[in-house]
Design a protein. Sequence first.
Length: 228
Amino acid sequence: MAISKKLTEASARACWSEANVAGLLAARPARHRRRAQPQSTPHPLDWAFTRPSGPLQRAAARVLQEYLSSLRRTAPVSTGEVARLAGLPDDAVTLSLGGELIASWPVTHMLVTILSGQPQILRTAWETASGERQPDTQSESEARRCLGDVLQVLHLAAGEPEPGALAEEALLSLPTVRAALAGSLVPDWPATRRLTVALGAEPSIMQPFWDDWACAGRSRDVSNGGVS
């Protein structure tokens, strides 16, 4: 992953202005806008932090942590400098980068941008960690895409190892690995577990997402009268 050698305060603020934040807030789904802070909030932007609860939210927070930790290892700025550039308290940034607190999407986008990462790949994981994405409302295809998005984040966090190397380590076929990373196929749990380990992540991170997909599939079968 390419990381710029020097990140100045001027360049950070140039790529992250209040206009950018306002644009992100305006582009959020309607369900998020309904949860916006009251107009009496002194700051005009959404700086809310939430703590993940429940297995799926906590697993998604760990996905965010995996990616953010990989950026911190290669970023040319310290955590304290990130906090200064973001205009946030050091503790809030430390807890956000560690996955203990989930910042609002604009703040998450800003932190990843300052660390020279790719914010958009985190959107699904962030929606799940923040509670925006509710597992009991997802279709099977949405749950499959969610699982694939998480695998892509873990793949980037691992330094984008070649699919062939992953296939060999996970004892899977190359087409299976490529399809799983693309989100078009969900292997059975033992295979998904091996692929997760090959990506350097704990299987407990992936299992809630796999279980959510399996549950969505069972719900589909019930609604279809047992006919797939």
